[in-house]
Design a protein around this ligand. Structure first.
Ligand SMILES: C[C@H](O)[C@@H](O)CC(=O)C(=O)O
Ligand SMILES: [Mg+2]
Length: 469
């Protein structure tokens, strides 16, 4: 898989980046205690080469602010456009570092926030392109790489104190045996999933009830609901879930960063009788020691701490793992800087014996994390024990190769790439604010057209010039 052959002379000749948004807030899909009205969105990148191959990648956001990520991608684009693919993939870790450590852009990060979401969209598109050129789904590209080559894509800066290249290679070497059988299992049986589909906080009791019954009848065994707005309401909702799913099925709860540390402990002690497996994002995603304190207080009650969907980079994951602050590591395909950084987090989690249970849902997250978790099963952990991938059945219809859920398992995808190419129709309808669906919704008064709204700021420039003179 070196530059000799398939892509040695191929060049990235251009890139497009689009602001795609879906009006999910209209039905409270995706709502939680903090994000009460998300419009699931993505910054959608297409890489064009001077051959027929293209690369498709995205970063997930929840509406306003997606335009900032689009701008971040534009600012970073000069680092990939015009490059030969061999320049990019022969030392992918160096390419990744050139994006995350661009000498001026890094000041508005570094390796966090808007600029890192932009990196993720670009990097995910680069991996998609690589997998397409090799005619493999991304998980298979990862699985077939020699351990040394896979590890060579990772930037170990800031994590070498807990994981060296040599250790990472050794971990992968140790798992070579049995890979074929595990691959067969992923193709035939798939990877276990849980559903968040019934648990959005803005849903009425009736809607939650109906959906829970529906998922239960489809065979789902693990259910996640949102908590954190009102304790009495949470108790009522947890009881409602238990009444429907019974004691033998699993409940998880998610507070989306709502609480202070002590508040989280007190609140969860009240919810302990409903036997949640984990409390997800109990407090600020940056508060490593706070998570550790919560874990220490709640682990004896049988409740683990799960976090990661908003962990900004591998350094925060490293510290969470070092501090015993997470019992479930929730990687996200776009929050950190794309596949390269995610791989390093899986390997650190393996070292600390913490199971990875990816965050999914959103736009395209299910499509992407299935590849990562299937690679983990085949090449890293070798097991799905204590592990499960999130599933929320929204928006998959916008992708050309959507996830396949069979018997509540993600079936390993077979089509080359990272599974996030969208239909042209979707792009025409949901590009914001120009798409036909958005124009219809503006006309119907469902949303304000940002183009007709004066910017809510005052232009100070002219005034300042006069004052200065
Ligand atoms: C705003 C998002 O929908 C968030 O609530 C998703 C999430 O926390 C999860 O799926 O977990
Ligand atoms: Mg969550």
């Amino acid at each position: 898989m070196s530059s000799q052959g398939a892509y040695s002379a191929t060049r990235i000749r251009g890139l497009s980046v689009r602001d795609i948004r879906f009006p999910t807030s209209l039905k409270s899909d995706g709502s939680d205690a903090i994000h009460t009205d998300p419009d699931y969105s993505c910054t959608y990148v297409v890489l064009y080469t001077d051959t027929n191959f293209k690369g498709f990648g995205l970063s997930f956001t929840i509406g306003r602010g997606n335009e900032l990520v689009v701008e971040a991608v534009k600012s970073l684009s000069y680092l990939v456009v015009g490059k030969n693919l061999s320049d990019i993939y022969d030392d992918f870790a160096a390419t990744w570092r050139s994006l995350t450590s661009e000498s001026q852009l890094r000041w508005v990060g570094p390796e966090k926030g808007v600029v890192h979401l932009g990196v993720a969209a670009l990097v995910n598109a680069l991996w998609d392109l690589w997998a397409r050129i090799q005619h493999k789904p991304l998980w298979k590209l990862l699985v077939d790489m020699e351990p040394e080559q896979l590890v060579s894509t990772i930037d170990f800066r800031y994590i070498e104190d807990v994981l060296t290249r040599e250790e990472a290679v050794q971990m992968l070497n140790e798992m070579q045996k049995g890979k074929e059988a595990r691959e067969e299992r992923m193709l035939n049986r798939g990877y276990p999933a849980y559903t968040t589909g019934a648990g959005w906080l803005g849903y009425s009791q009736e809607r939650t009830q109906t959906l829970l019954k529906q998922y239960l009848s489809q065979g789902w065994t693990h259910f996640k609901i949102k908590v954190g707005q009102n304790l009495e309401d949470d108790k009522r909702r947890c009881q409602l879930v238990r009444d429907i799913i019974g004691e033998d099925k699993t409940l998880m709860v998610d507070a989306n960063q709502k609480w202070n540390v002590n508040e989280a402990i007190d609140w969860m002690k009240e919810l302990a009788p409903y036997k949640p497996l984990w409390i997800e994002e109990p407090t600020s995603p940056d508060d490593v020691l706070g998570h550790a304190a919560i874990a220490k207080a709640l682990n004896p009650l049988g409740i683990g701490v799960a976090t990661g969907e908003v962990c900004q980079n591998r350094v925060i994951f490293k510290q969470m793992l070092q501090a015993g602050a997470m019992q479930y590591c929730q990687i996200d395909a776009c929050r950190v800087g794309g596949v390269n950084e995610v791989l390093s987090i899986y390997l650190m989690a393996k070292k600390f014996k913490v199971p990875v249970c990816p965050h999914a849902g959103g736009v395209g997250l299910c499509e992407m994390v299935q590849h990562l978790q299937i690679w983990d099963y085949i090449s890293v952990s070798g097991t799905s024990k204590d592990r499960i991938v999130e599933h929320a059945d929204q928006l998959s219809e916008h992708f050309k190769t959507p996830i396949k859920i069979i018997r509540c398992h993600y079936l390993a995808p077979k089509v080359p790439g990272y599974s996030v190419e969208m239909w042209e129709k979707t792009l025409m309808e949901y590009e914001y604010p120009y798409g036909s669906e958005w124009n219809k919704m503006f006309t119907e008064g469902k949303f304000l057209d940002p183009r007709t709204r004066p910017p809510p700021y005052v232009e100070h420039r002219a005034k300042a010039d006069i004052t200065l003179r």
